[in-house]
Design a protein around this ligand. Structure first.
Ligand code: FAD
Length: 355
């Protein structure tokens, strides 16, 4: 018979959520195993990896920005050191103005203390060749992108060396739940953390959580802009991902479409918005799709199951996984290791009526 392997944690899923947890656990010298089945179109694999502290219709600082942005600016460079991979690209984001009112609004905000650490410059004249910006635009700090493929690969290599990864689909039926312990195959641990993204719908203990899959499509384009040391964002984003002229353009947001494929409608929508943003010539070289695990209140979901305390969830990263995962993976581990309370807004207990 196979010998039992006792670890501190079993993690199911190695997307952004599972990988960020793994990074913290490796730093703490914890023993853990990741079980990650192959999903080529997982949200993390197809994400453009953009982070930007100013979001939403009203363009305000995103929730907890003053905590989570400084945190991610330390986290990802640490992962680069740990894995020896280049994956973090800090760069300004340029958002052209479309109305004079908007231009005035940002001129006003530029003297506001709240926005001091994120506004780089308010530009009031056309500035970048190849960009539609007749009224200038807003140049934001603390933005950039993460190469999510390099992040996943780097973390996976490191976990394989120090701990273990099983490249299989986790079968929920085979989990044995005992008092303060779970056993899966030959592995036992006090905690199992489910980081399954939209596949949470197949998890019998957490499938009733209101995590909705929000389809997103992106394009890869070769675009001939004179400068490529910034991200463009208005309607769509244009992120310089590889060599000089290759960009990721995204994304669409479609709650209705559940088809696991790219669509012509997605392509047209992105092309239309891209044409409004850039005047420079471009050619489309690729298209991708994926499903984001979103929540109605736009907050992640984490914590212990109300009855089976060894079962833990970390999900609902939605459209902002890159900025939320580093801070909140650490927040969850503090809760499990030191019984630190979770923020009410992210605690799975906010959905207790559903069980
Ligand atoms: C098109 C698109 C563009 C995006 N762009 C951005 C962006 O620019 N910036 C940003 O911040 N966010 C972006 N996002 C959102 C971001 O990708 C998500 O918030 C994040 O990746 C979610 O990570 P996750 O680990 O929860 O889920 P996933 O990335 O889906 O990972 C889940 C993992 O669990 C594994 N798994 C699931 N079930 C099982 C099982 N039973 N057994 C074994 N393994 C299992 C899967 O194989 C997968 O590896 C984008 C998403 C999409 C779809």
């Amino acid at each position: 018979m196979r010998q039992t392997l006792s670890v501190d944690y079993i993690i199911v899923g190695q997307g952004l959520a599972g990988s960020a947890l793994a990074v913290h656990l490796m730093k703490m010298n914890k023993k853990f195993v990741i079980i990650d089945g192959p999903t080529p179109n997982s949200a993390t694999r197809v994400a453009a990896g953009l982070f930007n502290p100013v979001t939403g219709k009203n363009l305000v600082k995103t929730w907890l920005a003053d905590k989570i942005f400084p945190y991610l600016h330390t986290f990802y460079p640490e992962v680069e050191k740990m894995t020896g991979k280049k994956l973090f690209y800090s760069m300004p984001l340029y958002r052209p103005f479309v109305t004079v009112e908007e231009q005035n609004e940002w001129m006003g905000r530029s003297t506001d203390e709240t926005y001091k650490d994120i506004i780089d410059k308010v530009i009031t004249k056309p500035h970048f060749t190849g960009v539609h910006d007749p009224l200038g635009g807003l140049l934001l700090k603390q933005c950039g992108f993460v190469d999510t493929q390099a992040f996943l690969e780097g973390v996976r290599n490191e976990v394989s060396l120090r701990n273990g990864i099983l490249d299989v689909t986790f079968n929920h039926q085979n989990l044995v739940i005992r008092d303060n312990l779970v056993c899966y195959d030959h592995i036992e641990a006090p905690y199992i953390i489910f980081c399954e993204g939209v596949n949470v719908s197949a998890n019998p203990w957490f499938d009733r959580l209101p995590i909705r899959s929000l389809k997103g499509e992106t394009l890869t384009v070769r675009c001939f802009l004179e400068e490529n040391n910034f991200i463009l964002n208005r309607g769509v984003y244009l992120v310089p991902i590889e060599d000089e002229n290759v960009y990721r353009v995204g994304a669409t947001y479609n709650l209705q479409d559940k088809t696991p494929t790219v669509t012509m409608a997605g392509k047209f929508e992105l092309e239309e918005k891209l044409n409004e943003l850039v005047a420079a010539p471009y050619e489309i070289t690729g298209q991708a799709w994926g499903f984001r695990p979103t929540t109605v209140d736009r907050r992640p979901i984490m914590g212990k199951h109300p009855y089976y305390k060894s079962l833990v969830i970390f999900n609902g990263l939605g459209t902002k996984g890159i900025s939320l995962a580093p801070y909140f993976s650490q927040h969850l581990i503090q809760c499990l290791e030191n019984a630190t309370p979770l923020y009410k807004e992210v605690d799975v207990a906010r959905y207790k009526l559903l069980y």
